[in-house]
Design a protein around this ligand. Structure first.
Ligand code: MGD
Ligand code: MGD
Ligand code: SF4
Ligand code: MO
Length: 704
C-alpha cells in the first residue's frame, strides 16, 4: 500500500464498535482480513484518543475469534455448520409454526442498543409488520430507561445529553451521579479535567472511590440505592439556604409547590441517616453546585438502575430546576448513555411501546404516519408489548419462539439463572451474533453477522449526534449483515418488499418515518454525515415547497427557549424517598452493587475474545472493604461466595478501602460461577421497567 502524504487512501475514517462515546478512529486494511486501528484527530468528541477496547477492537474481526458460518442444532443436540438457506428456512418455518399454533404474540424479538439506527428501525418494523407481534423489546431497557422516563416527564423529550460534551469544561460545577467515565468512557475524562483547569468543580456521587471519584473536588459515597434521598436532602438545603432561583421557577417550570413540600420533608439529618453522607458534606455539595453561574448534573447507571430509578433521576432534575440550571447555556441535566447506539437505539422502534422517530405506539396520529410509510393499515400495527425482563420472564410460557439480535441476556439479564432457564424452555431460539455468545450457545439456529468495520450504518452518540460508520473491509465469506437477515426472513414469511439490504435505503425510509416526530432525522442524509462530523437531532427537512430553503443545522443544544412540553415549561416531579426493593436483613446483611471495569465490555461476548483485554481483566472479582474482609476472615484473592435470594456466585476477593464497608461490588462481564447476575434482583421500576441491578441484599462468606 502506497501512502500519499498524511492519509493512506486505503484508510477509512469511522467510529468505534463499543460505547456511546462513539470515538472516531481510522481503519486501514491489513493481511488476514482485519484492520489496523489508528488515531483520527478530526473527530471532536475524542480528538484521536481511544481506550484499550477501541484500540484492540479489530481482534474480533479475525476468523478465529468470530462466527463465519450459520449453525443449526442437529438431531444429537450439537450446533453444526449449515448453509444460509437452510438456516433461514429453518427460522422462518419455526416462526410460522409458532404463530399458527399460538398466535403472533407468541413470537418474541429481543434487540440491542449496539445495533445501528438502520438495524434497530428494521427490527422494529420486522416485528410489527412481518411477525405481527407486540412482543419486542431490547437491552436498552436495562440501560438508561429510567433516565429516559424521567427526562420525558420533566422536559417532554428525552435526549441523553441536551448539550454537546464540549459544554462541560465551560460550566461551573458538575455533579456526576453513579457514573465512572474513567473506566467506562476514558477519553471523555478530559472534559472533566478541563472543567477543573478552568476553575470549575467536580462532585462525584458513588459508593466507591472510583478512578473518577479520585479526580473530584468532592466525593460523596452514599449507601447504594439512596441517591433519591441524597438529591432531596440537597434540594431541602437549597430551599433552606434561600438558593432557589424564584424567577426561573416562576417563568419556566410547573409543579414547584408539591416538589418543594416533598423535599422539605427530607431533613438533612434524616438524609444523613439514610445515605451515610454527613450534613457538612451535603452542605458543601450544595455550596459548590450553587456558587457558580452555571452547573450541570449528569447521571449514569448508578442512580438509574434502581427500582426507583425514574423518581431518583426526577429528584436530581428537581435540583437543577429549582436552581435554574436547565435549558440555559452551559447548564442542564443530562444522562450519559452507554451502548454504541444507546441513544439512536432507543428512538426508532425496537422498544416495546415505540414507533420510529421516538413516536408512541399508542398515539393514533403516530400510527397513521408510520403505517403510511410502511404501506400497511394502521389497525394492523400491534399495541405495546412487555418490557425486556418481563419478556424474558415470559419465555417458554406465553412466548414460545424468540429472535435475539444484539444482546447476550444469559450474562447480562438480572436473575440470570432464571432467564437462562426460560431461554432453554423455548420451543425455538434464533440468535444473530458476531460471536458464539453464551445466549447463542443455547440457540436452535445461530446466524453469523457482519461487524462494524465491515458494514455501513449510522449511530447516535451520547450527545444526540448522528454519525456515519463506514465499511472499511469486505466481510469474510459466510457472514451476512443483520439487514440481510431481516430481508431473507421477511421474504420467506411472505413480505417481499420493505426490507432492503442497503443501509442507505433503510436510512432514507427512517428519515420519512421519523419526520415530524420528537427524534426527527428527516433533514439528515449520508452525504451530509460524510461531510459534517455528525448532525444533532432534531434535524427536520426543509419544507419540500420552500424554494431556496437552507438545510436545518441540527440541534446541539435543546430547551434554550422552551422545554418540549405542551406549555413549554419543565415539570417538577413530586418525589419522596423509599427503600430499595430488597434491603439487608439478618440472613442477607450486605449490599451488592454491580458495574464495569475498563478492559471488558458488557457481557464480555466481544472483549473476552481479545487477549490484551483478558490479560488486563481476566475474570470476575468481589470488591470489599478491609473491615468486612476481616469480619469474614477473608484475605486478598480468597474465593468468596456471594449468595442472594436468587442464587450463589463465587469469585476472588479484592480488598480495598475504596468501597463502603457495608457494600460489595462485582463487575458483570463474565458467565459461569462468577456471574454477578446470578445474584441480582429483577425488581422493576414502575415507570421505566428498569431492573434493580445496582442494589440487592447478599450474604458473603469465604468459599471453602
Ligand atoms: N469498559 C466499559 N465501558 C463501558 C461499558 C462496559 O461494559 N465496559 N458499557 C457501556 C454501557 S452500555 C454503559 S450503560 C455505560 C455505563 O457506565 P457507568 O454508569 O459509568 O458504569 P457502571 O460501572 O455500571 O456504574 C457506574 C458507577 O455507579 C456506581 N454505583 C453503584 N451503585 C450505585 C448507587 O446506588 N448510587 C450511585 N450514585 N452510584 C452507584 C458504581 O460504583 C459505579 O462506579 O458504560 C459504557 N462503557
Ligand atoms: N449486573 C448488571 N447487569 C447489567 C448491567 C449492570 O450494570 N449490572 N448493565 C446493563 C446494561 S446498561 C446493558 S446496556 C446490558 C448489556 O448487556 P448485553 O445486551 O448482553 O450487551 P452486549 O454484551 O454488548 O451484547 C451484545 C451482543 O450482540 C453482539 N453484537 C454486537 N454487535 C452486533 C450487531 O451489530 N449485530 C448483532 N446481531 N449482534 C451484535 C455481541 O457480540 C454480543 O453478543 O447489560 C445490563 N446488565
Ligand atoms: S471510549 Fe468507548 S467509543 Fe471510545 S474507544 Fe473506548 S469503547 Fe470505543
Ligand atoms: Mo448500558
Amino acid at each position: 500500500m502506497q501512502s500519499t502524504g498524511t492519509r493512506n487512501p486505503a484508510t477509512t475514517p469511522t467510529h468505534c464498535p463499543y460505547c456511546a462515546l462513539q470515538c472516531g478512529m481510522n481503519l486501514t486494511p491489513v493481511e488476514g482480513g482485519t484492520v489496523e486501528v489508528s488515531d483520527r484527530a478530526d473527530f471532536p468528541v475524542n480528538r484521536g484518543a481511544l481506550c484499550g477496547k477501541g484500540r484492540t477492537a479489530a481482534a474480533v474481526l479475525a476468523p478465529g475469534a468470530r462466527l463465519t458460518s450459520p449453525l443449526v442444532r442437529s438431531g444429537d443436540g450439537a450446533l453444526v455448520p449449515a448453509g444460509w438457506d437452510e438456516a433461514l428456512d429453518r427460522i422462518a418455518r419455526n416462526l410460522e409454526r409458532t404463530r399458527a399454533r399460538y398466535g403472533a404474540d407468541a413470537l418474541g424479538v429481543f434487540g440491542g442498543g449496539g445495533l445501528t439506527n438502520e438495524k434497530a428501525y428494521a427490527l422494529g418494523k420486522f416485528a410489527r409488520v412481518v411477525l405481527g407481534t407486540s412482543q419486542i423489546d431490547y437491552n436498552g431497557r436495562f440501560c438508561m430507561s429510567s433516565a429516559a422516563a424521567a427526562g420525558t416527564r420533566a422536559f417532554g423529550l428525552d435526549r441523553g445529553l441536551p448539550f454537546p460534551l464540549e459544554d462541560i469544561p465551560r460550566t461551573g460545577c458538575v455533579i456526576l451521579v453513579g457514573s465512572n467515565p474513567a473506566e467506562t468512557m476514558p477519553p471523555s475524562l478530559r472534559y472533566f479535567t478541563e472543567l477543573r483547569e478552568n476553575g470549575g468543580t467536580l462532585i462525584v456521587v458513588d459508593p466507591r472511590r472510583t478512578k473518577t471519584a479520585e479526580q473530584a473536588d468532592l466525593h460523596l459515597a452514599p449507601r447504594p440505592g439512596t441517591d433519591l434521598a441524597l438529591a432531596l436532602g440537597m434540594l431541602h438545603l437549597v430551599v433552606a439556604e434561600g438558593r432557589v432561583d424564584e424567577a426561573y421557577v416562576e417563568e419556566r417550570t410547573s409543579g414547584w409547590e408539591e416538589a418543594r413540600a416533598a423535599a422539605m420533608a427530607h431533613w438533612p439529618e434524616h438524609v444523613e441517616r439514610i445515605t451515610g453522607v454527613s450534613v457538612p458534606e451535603l452542605r458543601e455539595a450544595v455550596r459548590l453546585f450553587c456558587a457558580p453561574e452555571a452547573a450541570m448534573v449528569l447521571t449514569a447507571r448508578g442512580p438509574e438502575q434502581q427500582a426507583k430509578g425514574t423518581d431518583t433521576v426526577g429528584a436530581w432534575i428537581n435540583l437543577c430546576l429549582a436552581t435554574g440550571r436547565a435549558g440555559r447555556p452551559r447548564s442542564g441535566y443530562g444522562c450519559l448513555t452507554g451502548q454504541g447506539n444507546g441513544q439512536g437505539g432507543r428512538e426508532h422502534g425496537q422498544k416495546a411501546d415505540q414507533l420510529p422517530g421516538y413516536r408512541k405506539l399508542t398515539d393514533p396520529a403516530a400510527r397513521r404516519h408510520v403505517a403510511e410509510v410502511w404501506g400497511v393499515d394502521p389497525d394492523s400495527l400491534p399495541g405495546p408489548g412487555r418490557s425486556a425482563y418481563e419478556l424474558l420472564d415470559a419465555l417458554g410460557t406465553d412466548i414460545r419462539s424468540l429472535l435475539v439480535m444484539g444482546s447476550n441476556p444469559v450474562v447480562s439479564a438480572p436473575r440470570a439463572a432464571h432467564v437462562e432457564g426460560r431461554l432453554r424452555s423455548l420451543d425455538f431460539l434464533a440468535v444473530c451474533d458476531v460471536v458464539l455468545s453464551e445466549t447463542a450457545e443455547l440457540a436452535d439456529v445461530v446466524l453469523p453477522v457482519t461487524q462494524w468495520a465491515e458494514e455501513t450504518g449510522t449511530t447516535t452518540n451520547l450527545e444526540g449526534r448522528v454519525l456515519l460508520r463506514r465499511r472499511a473491509i469486505t466481510p469474510p465469506e459466510g457472514v451476512r449483515g443483520d439487514l440481510d437477515v431481516l430481508h431473507g426472513l421477511a421474504g420467506r414469511l411472505g413480505v417481499e418488499k420493505g426490507f432492503p439490504v442497503d443501509p442507505e435505503e433503510v436510512f432514507e425510509e427512517l428519515r420519512r418515518a421519523s419526520a415530524g416526530g420528537p427524534a426527527d432525522y428527516s433533514g439528515i442524509d449520508y452525504r451530509r454525515l460524510a461531510r459534517e462530523n455528525g448532525v444533532f437531532w432534531p434535524c427536520p427537512a426543509p419544507p419540500a415547497d420552500g424554494t431556496g430553503a437552507t438545510p436545518h443545522p441540527g440541534t446541539p443544544r435543546l430547551f434554550l427557549d422552551r422545554f418540549a412540553t405542551d406549555d413549554g415549561r419543565a415539570r417538577f416531579a413530586p418525589v419522596a424517598h423509599r427503600p430499595s426493593a430488597e434491603e439487608p436483613d439478618d440472613a442477607y446483611p450486605v449490599l451488592l452493587t454491580t458495574g464495569r471495569v475498563v478492559a471488558q465490555y458488557q457481557s464480555g461476548a466481544q472483549t473476552r475474545r481479545v487477549a490484551e483485554l483478558n490479560a488486563a481483566a481476566p475474570g470476575p472479582f468481589v470488591e470489599l472493604h478491609p473491615r468486612l474482609a476481616a469480619r469474614l476472615g477473608a484475605a486478598e484473592g480468597d474465593p468468596l461466595a456471594v449468595v442472594s435470594r436468587r442464587g450463589r456466585a463465587v469469585a476472588p476477593a479484592r480488598i480495598t478501602t475504596a468501597i463502603r464497608p457495608d457494600t460489595v461490588f462485582m463487575p458483570f462481564h463474565w458467565p459461569g460461577e462468577g456471574r454477578a447476575n446470578t445474584l441480582t434482583n429483577p425488581a422493576l421500576d414502575p415507570a421505566s421497567r428498569m431492573p434493580e441491578f445496582k442494589v440487592c441484599a447478599v450474604r458473603v462468606e469465604v468459599a471453602r
